[in-house]
Design a protein around this ligand. Structure first.
Ligand code: SAM
Length: 377
């Protein structure tokens, strides 16, 4: 199976930040409240992420991905794969040929993953533009926000399509605002869209964190479109841990050990409001009838005889972004694409991320998120 070569699975890699990692095993074992757990991990670069105070897992991931100096997405090249030329789909003879072509692309490039908007360019962006054209209310000027626009391929594709297919007044009065956290990707987006001169006056990049409500200013009552492609699943996640099947969830923090080179997990009682809120939403989605008292006794006994620690990843970054955008743009129409399934994940826990690296044209996956190395700048 071309696990990393299928467009769908490729973009699934939720933590592409972990492109440069150390292969280390991770075996969670039982700990009590606030005890330090997990085997020590020697990760000389990731230790830079954690200072003297412990940090929540989401802050560790945010730093690994978006730190302006060392974060994965702050690298100028390669953080979002860009195809040099579009795939000629009309020359392909079916799925087998497509898979062969993808295989060739991945072998030739040092990029770990390409997203659908890149692999299917320009058609993917044109499809989104056509969907907007069919449903937008053109009595008001068209306003599109794209969050996490990567290399600008989607923005350019949509604007190209509008220029060719929308009524002239719609194209002339449209605005396309990209909200991008990475300064290097923001620059690439300006270059990509700037290839068409007439797009430039309609396009701007706001280089900021879209999850920060203050960056959006006052609430905007006008209708608009918000596009997020492969963004929600890349946002920082939190991790919660329970000692066994019935013990309460604890929030996971990361701290540096005295040797300054080892990162370990630290468990604290649930207090963080974002984690609590996210857990409540996830629980209400999977609400089952409360277990009977017989069932509770059986579970308690079972957890004493065969205690099994539990780990669960929570999409706290996604929750925060959706809340902020909903508050700032209450009349938005949202177009988001992401993945509902990850293949062969090695990192333990429910909804765990896939952490991978690529060397000499081959991908490999890792066992611990704590190994994420930040870039040497
Ligand atoms: C996996 S890339 C996807 C890029 C592009 N949408 C695509 O499909 O090719 C994630 C993008 O989201 C951006 N991003 C992540 N978190 C963000 C945030 N909080 N605010 C704004 N942009 C963010 C990244 O810098 C990057 O451009």
């Amino acid at each position: 199976m071309f696990r990393w070569r299928s467009p769908r699975l490729t973009a699934l890699r939720r933590t592409p930040a972990a492109k440069h990692l150390l292969p280390l095993l991770f075996c969670p074992h039982q700990v009590g409240p606030c005890e330090v757990s997990t085997p020590p991990l020697h990760a000389p670069f990731s230790t830079r992420i954690v200072g003297d105070e412990p940090v929540l897992v989401r802050d560790f991931i945010r730093s690994a991905l978006y730190d302006p100096k060392h974060g994965y997405f702050s690298q100028r090249s390669g953080s979002v794969g860009v195809l040099e030329s579009s795939i000629k789909f009309n020359k392909l003879e079916g799925r087998k040929d497509y898979i062969k072509q993808l295989d060739k692309i991945y072998r030739q490039s040092d990029i770990s993953w390409f997203t659908p908007v890149e692999l299917f360019k320009p058609w993917y962006a044109h499809g989104i533009a056509e969907a907007i054209m069919r449903t937008a209310n053109f009595s008001v000027p068209l306003k599109i926000y794209e969050i996490g626009g990567g290399s600008g391929t989607c923005a350019k594709g949509i604007m190209d399509y509008m220029k060719l297919n929308a009524p002239e007044r719609v194209y002339n009065s449209m605005t396309y605002i990209s909200v991008e956290i990475s300064p290097s990707l923001a620059k690439i987006q300006r270059e990509t869209v700037g290839e068409v001169l007439s797009h430039s006056s309609k396009f701007r990049v706001e280089c900021r964190d879209a999850t920060d409500r203050s960056g959006w200013g006052d609430c905007q009552e006008q209708p608009c479109w918000v596009i997020m492609l492969e963004v929600l699943d890349n946002l920082p996640h939190d991790l919660i841990y329970a000692e066994n099947q019935i013990s309460p969830w604890m929030e996971v923090w990361i701290e540096k050990q005295n040797d300054r080179e080892t990162l370990t997990e630290l468990y604290k009682p649930l207090e963080d409001p974002l984690i609590k809120n996210c857990l409540e939403i996830m629980n209400s989605a999977n609400k089952q009838a409360s277990p009977s008292s017989v069932r509770l006794i059986a579970d308690t006994l079972w957890s004493k005889i065969f205690p099994r620690p539990r780990r669960c990843w929570l999409p706290t970054g996604c929750l925060k972004l959706l809340e902020v955008v909903h508050d700032a743009l209450p009349k938005m129409s949202l177009i988001a694409s992401d993945f509902s399934y990850l293949p062969d994940v090695r990192i333990p826990g429910e909804r765990a991320p896939l952490v991978s690296t690529k060397k000499d044209g081959r991908s490999s996956d890792y066992n611990s998120y704590l190994d994420a190395k930040v870039c040497n700048s």
